[in-house]
Design a protein around this ligand. Sequence first.
Ligand code: ADP
Ligand code: MG
Length: 697
Amino acid sequence: MHQFFDRSIEYLKGVGPQRAETVNKELQIFTFGDLLQHYPFRHEDRSKFYKINELQPDLPYVQIIGVFKSFKTIGVGRKARLVGVFADDSGTIEMVWFKGIQWIQRNLTIGVSYVAFGKATLFNGKFNMAHPEVEVQTEKNTKGGYLQPIYHTTEKMKKKGLDSRFFSKAMKVLLVEAVNQIQETLPDHLISQFKLVNKKTAVVSMHFPRTAQHYTSAQNRMKFEELFFVQLRLIKLKIARTEKFRGAVIDHSELLTQFYENHMPFELTGAQKRVIKEVYSDFRSGQQMNRLVQGDVGSGKTMVAFLSMLIAIGSGFQCAFMAPTEILAEQHFKGLQEQAKPLGIHIARLTGSTPKSERRLIHEGLMSGVITILVGTHALLEDKVQFKKLGIAIIDEQHRFGVAQRAKLWTKTKDVYPHVLVMTATPIPRTLAMTLYGDLDISVIDELPSGRKPIQTKHFFETKRLEMFGFVENEIEKGRQAYIVYPLIEESATLDYKDLMDGYEGITRRFPNYQISIVHGRMKAEDKEWEMQRFLKGETQIMVATTVIEVGVNVPNATIMVIENAERFGLSQLHQLRGRVGRGADQSYCVLMSGVKLSTDGRKRLRTMVDTTDGFKIAEVDLELRGPGDLMGTRQSGVLDLLVSDLVQDGEILKVARVAAQDLLKEDPNLELPKHQMIKAHIDSFSKNAVNWGRIS
Ligand code: ADP
Ligand code: MG
């Protein structure tokens, strides 16, 4: 249908097979369609001409019109440079070339009027321009009023003359024909509702805008389109799933009420209540729940999970609760057991280290329905683990589990799909969540239990180590406990391990009167567990550890978190670690230790930690510093293969596009209305290629 855009670029005038091959290899541009979407990364302003006496050192690239008065070559051999004196009616400036001297001199003529384009720099009190672009003045290039597109190329391409100008020329040739082939992909009502420019205009202006304003309008249109189609697809996926996948109807809340009235240890926060209501309403809907609960560390997600499970159990269903590590699974197991005891609920635990004999009993208990809650690690995902009637699967700290693993939980029981509740303490900026988890419903616990004192965070340079130790000692004397955490990065594991051991030694020497625990990845699981337990019971005062304690561990009496080499941690990890303290009623502290030399990003990370405890703000900064791809290893997810949009900057457009997609699918879920046929066609055309949402053809 769109053969034009599938045509190979070698057939474009001025390209040919050899150049095409280089472009294929270097930039993966194969077809007319690909080329058209090779948008410039910036434009140079060719809309104004400067007089030589108007030049300032801080101006960007500028263009001037004038004539060469003279040329001379200064120096010899490799040091030779060509200097041309260029003049207009206001003054003169020296143009300097260090390379290609002979060729340039041959091609420039004294007395002919040229347009020169370059950066004017002040040298010895006089302006000069090194390697300017020079063109004979014509009517066309004097009219001005245009923005020159600058295209990304590679060094290899530049050597072969395939530079930005090459693309600019090729694009002009291509556009002449392409313009008549470009089809509108958005219906009129959206175009007029959001005052968008049409697709033809937008594509042309992406490359050759007449003014900066035109360029902005073009970008807005292309971004809207891209984000709109991403959202449309995600929401369609969700609709398809809710239609196809019936969920168990879970609607008996008596057990929940019984617990709530007789055993509830504290008052729920408003946010917790709201999220439980949301879950309950999903339970009753008859459709499978797929809900993400985002709540900062310490916001009380476990209680929300437990109460949700009580509704399921009270309605005759079983529950699975999956945690990312053994330590966490263990802690959840104990905590839930404690709470479930008065209700007579049977809880079992399954991890990698569960002995075989015990496993068999668990498998049987699950199939017979005797076990109502199974807590564990990813061992829960093994095929052997099957439930009689699984109603809900809860995944704690989602980012450690892949999407495929999430889907695996659906196969754990016959007849119905279990409801899925994913809990994460890594706040994701809304824009990213809408794209990454656009197919999940999102609940937010944005309130901490009352009475918590915000953690105070300090940053100490290495030189203030003694001060830090003094501070730690002070707190321990008050009866509190401290964590001291060392980074452990895969690539430098041996060095890091040495750091940890040296640190441990230093600490034992500094605090001879305290009991000190150590936990790291090279220890056996049971030894780790034993040390954790000692710390938890208050038998040791200091816990020296690598990041194994990062997630979930709950020791309310621990009020100090010292993070060594804090500059080496990412923001979300720092935030997670800090979340290990501040869990009791006492004032808690986080101390970030770092070397004196910090990178700009490193400084910003530490500054952010000192300035705020708000996980969402931290996530925003993290997104800004790292970009969406690196955040949480989402690079491969495909969803984020965005061509023109930027999730950091285009949050507003994204919101609007998502609402537009929702409204449209509400009116016409299967895209059957005549006015939506262009959308349907567009989706069908790119679902074959899956990723590129803003595709031309
Ligand atoms: P997270 O959201 O990080 O998983 P937890 O569920 O571990 O947080 O809760 C942290 C601590 O706060 C636990 O000790 C828990 O018992 C307590 N907690 C949870 N909700 C409340 C509440 N509404 N009021 C007081 N304490 C609460
Ligand atoms: Mg938790």
